[in-house]
Design a protein around this ligand. Structure first.
Ligand code: B1M
Length: 211
């Protein structure tokens, strides 16, 4: 089974979607617990992808195809995880801030977080403070993650923090911010709980904030 698991890791890392789904099914058929397939296989593969991306050894397209393979494997595994009562480590709501249509970086953050075993609710792009608040009320996530790619839209992020405060939700969620124009200094100045420069670090921080 060890060999099958290593083949699954390689298939995900190299974005071989069909191989990844077939190997996931083979591991299930061979009797490997779904939790082990998730943690020792899929999460391990995406951690390695994240580390290589951070080290500039691979780039956005490779990460996207790896994440796509991981998603396909996850679709095979999900029913058995649900059956076995294995819950995600936590829920994160993510979106690109109002006025902003850039979503490639935000999608990377979402995929990396999924790769770490978090449940991700992606609100898409151009997300207003009201939509963030509604989604928090509905889904009770541990984290709200907000991406901005424009200097003209990052200034809309503080309104989300304010709206969460007005709705009495600010103490219930950690707010992470990121995107090209955002800096640690600015994130601190608006009272965000976390800032990271890249998607792999965002997933690491999300796990750390969830504890
Ligand atoms: Co736009 N665009 N764009 N664009 N675009 C930029 C951002 C820009 C820097 C280009 C430039 O002028 N050099 C510039 C912004 C200038 C500024 O404000 N400082 C710009 C502009 C001006 C515009 C328009 C206004 C152009 C126009 O119409 N006049 C317009 C705005 C539309 C709108 O949003 N309302 C616009 C439109 C577009 C397209 C639609 C054509 C397209 C977006 C397609 C899409 O996303 N689906 C687009 C693109 C592709 C870009 C560039 C070329 C690439 C952005 C990208 O995807 N990078 C960009 C120039 C550039 O960056 N070279 C540019 C790859 C991606 C992986 O990186 O998103 O930074 P990034 O994500 C990184 C980190 O930032 C971080 O992790 C990722 C890496 O690991 N990260 C987070 C991101 N979110 C995070 C959240 C976190 C943590 C980390 O925690 C929550």
């Amino acid at each position: 089974m060890e060999e099958l698991l290593n083949r699954l890791i390689t298939a995900i890392e190299f974005g071989k979607r069909k191989d990844a789904t077939a190997l996931t099914q083979e591991l299930l058929d061979a009797g490997m617990p779904p939790k082990d397939i998730l943690e020792k296989g899929m999460i391990c593969a995406m951690s390695s992808v994240g580390a290589k991306f951070k080290a500039d050894e691979i780039f956005v397209p490779e990460v996207l195809i790896a994440a796509r393979a991981m998603k396909a494997s996850m679709a095979v595994l999900k029913p058995t995880l649900v059956e076995a009562g294995i819950k995600p480590k936590g829920t994160i709501i993510i979106g690109t801030i109002a006025g902003d249509l850039h979503d490639i970086g935000k999608n990377l953050v979402a995929m990396m977080c999924e790769g770490c075993g978090l449940s991700v609710i992606d609100l898409g792009v151009d997300v207003t403070p009201e939509r963030f608040v509604d989604a928090v009320q509905e889904n009770k996530p541990r984290i709200v993650a907000i991406s901005a790619l424009l200097t003209t839209t990052m200034v809309n992020i503080p309104s989300v923090l304010e709206a969460l405060g007005t709705a009495g939700l600010r103490d219930h969620v950690k707010v992470m911010v990121g995107g090209a124009p955002v800096t640690q200094e600015w994130a601190t100045s608006i009272g965000a709980d976390g800032y990271t420069e890249d998607a792999a670090s965002a997933a690491e921080m999300a796990q750390a904030l969830i504890g």
